[in-house]
Design a protein around this ligand. Structure first.
Ligand SMILES: C[S@@+](CC[C@H](N)C(=O)[O-])C[C@H]1O[C@@H](n2cnc3c(N)ncnc32)[C@H](O)[C@@H]1O
Length: 270
């Protein structure tokens, strides 16, 4: 049982216009306790380094550490690797109290991430919300605003079309503190892209996936863990700009990385 000041919130379907709530998409039910035990080693260690060519310690963890705050919302939590490691920063830049809200459809992930953080950082107040990251948070956190929000490796798991996936950016826009908040994230693309001289993303001609990436990409898209064949950095960047005034993006290997600030009061049309 969580301490009395911490909350566990179960699903409340508050945005029916976003479609029926999918509790068990392949992109979330794959994360069984057995698989979660291998996740950090295989996904964050091996795959990021050798398949997607975006080593966690060189790119993703530094992005997290740069933007993580004492009032954080994590959308799609996995094993809780990033918040756990974020709190280990030395010297610790956070004020007390530290609050962490974890959102995921999969209760195993929520429980694992919460216990990991609580064991290593008992002073952090951890709230868990079992709902989809494509909807605004349900009451009583519906009006909550966070000073940092993370969307790490969630978008490539979500069912398409991409226009639906980017509802997650709208959720981040809605829940981000308008003045000092930052939303950050990363997602795996199905092929290589680069920026041209005009700063626009274009596919890299003649560069094929390395053999490990090709096998994993096909396998995950076949079994439904990934849904990213149609994903492009062009659309993701455009969507981010429609929801936020300040957007920075880059690509490392096959991973699209973003930081977004100043959520728009009214999103621009996509
Ligand atoms: C690849 S893991 C990423 C975990 C973590 N952010 C990381 O980077 O290590 C994807 C996570 O998103 C969750 N997930 C998938 N679809 C979701 C949805 N619609 N809403 C919330 N979480 C979802 C999965 O259950 C899983 O915990």
């Amino acid at each position: 049982m969580p301490p009395p000041n911490e909350r566990t919130i179960l699903i409340v379907p508050d945005r029916p216009e976003y479609g029926a709530l999918e509790l068990e998409t392949p992109g979330t039910k794959a994360y069984t306790p057995r698989l979660l035990r291998l996740y950090d080693w295989f996904v964050l260690g091996f795959s990021n380094k050798y398949a997607w060519k975006c080593p966690t310690h060189e790119h993703l963890l530094p992005l997290w550490v740069k933007n993580f705050t004492e009032n954080h919302l994590d959308l799609g939590v996995g094993t809780g690797y990033f918040p756990d490691n974020g709190y280990f920063q030395d010297p610790c830049p956070f004020n007390e109290p530290r609050e962490l809200t974890l959102v995921d459809l999969n209760m195993y992930c929520l429980q694992m991430a919460r216990s990991r953080v609580k064991i290593n950082h008992p002073n952090v107040e951890v709230h868990i919300v079992q709902t989809t990251a494509t909807r605004y948070l349900p009451a009583p956190r519906a009006s909550a605003r966070y000073s940092s929000i993370s969307i790490f490796y969630l978008l490539h798991c979500l069912p398409g079309p991409i226009e639906r996936k980017v509802h997650v950016f709208d959720v981040a826009r809605h829940h981000l503190c308008p003045t000092k908040g930052v939303a950050m994230g990363a997602t795996i693309l199905p092929k290589y892209w680069e920026k041209n001289a005009d700063g626009e993303y274009v596919p890299v001609k003649g560069k094929w996936l390395n053999p490990i990436a090709a096998v994993l990409m096909r396998f995950y898209n076949w079994n439904g863990t990934f849904n990213n064949w149609e994903d492009t950095p062009v659309f993701y960047e455009r969507a981010l700009k429609s929801y936020f005034e300040v957007v920075e993006t880059r690509i490392v290997g096959l991973v699209f990385i973003f930081e977004a600030r100043k959520p728009r009061h009214r999103p621009l049309p996509l």
